[in-house]
Design a protein around this ligand. Structure first.
Ligand SMILES: Cc1ncc(COP(=O)(O)O)c(C=O)c1O
Length: 423
């Protein structure tokens, strides 16, 4: 982890060098569309400069907002690369390329919401196809699969994939897609994206990872072998709780061609103003994620030692059963955490209605802190029986944790364990 951080510092150094010597040629090559020239630069630099060049006609440093539905043609079929904003829009295009670049990919497709992004991906499948999913996932995605796509002849299996080998037993000849969330919403379960991608690819399946909880700043599933990434840009990507959006990202040319066709045919593309706001927000994604993580680590650490809290689920805590995997496949632990109070539902409701600063509301990833009760709010559409089944089975019993903590403090490493949180 610390190596990742020093990588960031190294890139700030490159930024200075860029300022002294390479600025003009860099922009020139970007003009020509060769954005690979910036591929070696740091995340923060790419968030600000990938595909974002001064406007050639005015010199404006911020990508212009092209609020237009259509584009003039000089003769039928003769245009400057843009015909109609459902198909292409230069502002949305700049955002799509920039966010794809941050995920280490080439192709991005911005949608009106995360759910529309998921819908468009699912329309790449045909009736009779089978999808394997992780068992804990956002309630809206489960609703989309069970209430919409099952009717269209697509079948789904939901598995605890914390042991990657579990996937092998679920693959059928018609299994086309593996749908993962890591960490999951709401239980903060992780899956080994690299191991699962290898198993899926050996059977000719494609792998989609809902990367919403980490953002490309802390996790890049395509680098771990996945084929597509989904973000609800409503969350960290935009980060200001003022719009709804989604984006699907891939490096695979064939998938990109299919997504481009399907996105245009369905038409659920992101509004140009919202795409412009997302592009604006990408510039601060890194600093926002760092702050989110600092805050979440402090809150998780405090809650874990609180007598009225039964358990805290945060991948940055050494008590998280998949903390080692988190350290391996993520470069940070993010700003989301879940906790179980030692009490009943009424007590939980009282707690949720009494918080200060933390607003009781659905969503995440904005600059303000939110708190919610998934079963009553975001995951109300998940049947109770399914919720009960997807509890975190591998979670150590609180007594085991207590014994381990005592052992740790006897060894004098208790403080080290805490500083793990902050890396
Ligand atoms: C993990 C996850 N995936 C997908 C979505 C859907 O995104 P949207 O609300 O932008 O449609 C959400 C929304 O909360 C989510 O948390």
């Amino acid at each position: 982890m610390s190596e990742e951080r020093s990588g960031t510092e190294m890139h700030s150094g490159q930024f200075r060098l860029l300022g002294q010597r390479r600025f003009a040629p860099l922009f020139f090559t970007q003009f020509l569309g060769a954005f690979n020239d910036i591929a070696g630069l740091g995340f923060e630099t790419r968030a600000i400069h990938a595909v974002q060049v001064p406007d050639p006609s005015t010199g404006a440093v911020v990508t212009p907002l092209f609020l237009t539905s259509t584009f003039a043609q000089s003769a039928p079929g003769v245009h400057q690369g843009y015909e109609y904003s459902r198909s292409h829009n230069p502002t949305r295009g700049a955002y799509e390329t920039c966010v794809a670049n941050l995920e280490g990919a080439r192709f991005g497709f911005a949608f009106a919401s995360g759910c529309v992004g998921a819908t468009t991906v699912m329309h790449l499948l045909s009736s009779g196809d089978h999808v394997v999913c992780c068992d804990d996932m956002y309630g809206g995605t489960l609703r989309l699969f069970e209430r919409i796509f099952r009717k269209l002849g697509i079948s789904f299996d939901y598995l605890d994939l914390s042991e990657p080998e579990a996937l092998k037993g679920a693959i059928r000849p018609n299994t086309k897609l593996l749908w993962l969330e890591s960490p999951t919403n709401p239980l903060m379960k992780l899956v080994d994206i690299r191991a699962l991608s290898e198993i899926a690819h050996a059977s000719g399946m494609k792998v989609m990872v809902d990367n919403i909880f980490m953002s490309p700043y802390f996790q890049r599933p395509l680098e771990l072998g996945a084929d597509m990434v989904l973000h609800s840009s409503t969350k960290y990507i935009n980060g200001h709780s003022d719009l709804i959006g989604g984006v699907v990202i891939t490096y695979d040319v064939e998938l990109a061609n299919d997504l481009r066709f399907t996105a245009n045919a369905i038409g659920g593309v992101q509004a140009t103003l919202d795409a412009w706001l997302c592009l604006r927000s990408l510039k601060t994604l890194a600093v926002r994620m760092q702050a989110h993580e600092r805050n979440a680590a402090a809150v998780a650490s405090y809650l874990e030692s609180h007598p009225r809290v039964k358990r805290v689920m945060y991948p940055g805590l050494p008590s998280h059963p998949q903390h080692a995997l988190a350290r391996r496949q993520m470069t940070g632990f993010g700003g989301m955490l879940a906790m179980e109070l030692d009490g009943d539902l009424e007590g939980a409701k009282r707690f949720l209605s009494a918080t200060c600063i933390f607003t009781l509301a659905e969503s995440l990833g904005g600059v303000e802190s939110l708190i919610e009760h998934p079963a009553i709010m975001t995951h109300a559409s998940v049947p109770k029986a399914v919720r009960e089944k997807t509890r975190y089975r591998r979670w150590p019993h609180p007594c085991q944790r207590w014994h381990r903590d005592v052992r740790r403090s006897h060894r004098g490493s208790g403080r080290g364990a805490r500083s793990d949180l902050i890396k």
